[in-house]
Design a protein around this ligand. Structure first.
Ligand code: G3P
Ligand code: CA
Length: 244
């Protein structure tokens, strides 16, 4: 097993709290996560907000997309009530809200750019500048499903590591991580086998799989020696690793 096994809480403590909100991120650390995974998009007025879906329907019950609204408009919507009325009144966080909090703690950040279908909107530069302003380069990995975005991230000279994130069924995926100068590969958990881990090691690529949510899957990743996991069950992962 690795000396330091990363436990990223997927969208914060999303099993127990409304995803991608400040209470979900705080809870993730209480549950034993060593880092948080969060999704970032641009608003109509160019602000970076933390939100997973393109559509506002599931979380806010509103029409349209994040890019159709200003930050001020989005802040008026309730990001907690959809999950449970106990969380009513929470608003969408900005990336700065999260970075301000992270700068005061030694947690790892996995910032996923939600830009698979949007091109050249400048999100790479803005995220890089925000990380540099907070001096969080050493605690941050920027991931995206969009390879063009990985190239643009290199040009920003941000200094944070990047991760090649993919949906699966990609032959020799580690080659893409190498090609795009990524320190990390973020595969779906079902792709990860002993030979997969060996090949990544040979190419000096670190592996942090996602959708690692069950006891057998978490155990398998620890035993295979991945560098960490992205999970909605940080408590379970922490217990398995530390026996508490
Ligand atoms: O980090 C990988 C994972 O978060 C990607 O899937 O849809 O939950 O953002 P999604
Ligand atoms: Ca994500």
């Amino acid at each position: 097993m690795n000396d330091f096994f990363l436990i990223y809480a997927h969208r914060g403590a999303s099993a127990t709290h409304p995803e991608n909100t400040m209470p979900a991120f705080a809870a993730a650390l209480r549950q034993g996560a060593t880092g948080i995974e969060l999704d970032v998009q641009l608003t109509r007025d160019g602000e970076l907000v933390v939100f997973h879906d393109w559509s506002l329907k599931r979380i806010f019950g509103k029409p349209g997309h994040i890019r159709d609204y200003t930050l001020a408009e989005l802040r008026r919507f309730d990001a907690g009530r959809w999950f449970d009325s106990r969380f009513a009144g929470i608003s969408i966080p900005t990336l700065n809200d999260v970075l301000d909090r992270a700068a005061a703690k030694s947690i790892m950040l996995n910032i996923e750019l939600k830009n698979f279908f949007s091109f050249a909107n400048g999100i790479e530069q803005k995220v890089s500048e925000a990380i540099a302003r907070h001096n969080l380069q050493d605690q941050t990995v920027i991931s995206t499903f969009n390879p063009l975005s990985l190239e643009l991230l290199q040009q920003t000279g941000c200094g944070a590591d990047t991760a090649f994130l993919y949906f699966g069924h990609l032959r020799e995926a580690w080659r893409y991580a190498h090609e795009y100068n990524c320190a990390y590969l973020h595969p779906p958990v079902h792709e990860v086998t002993e030979s997969f881990v060996e090949a990544c090691r040979e190419h000096d690529i670190k592996i942090v799989p996602y959708q690692v949510n069950t006891l057998p899957e978490i155990t398998r990743m620890i035993e295979l020696g991945t560098d960490g996991i992205i999970t909605s069950q940080p408590t379970l992962a922490h217990r398995l690793l530390h026996g508490e």
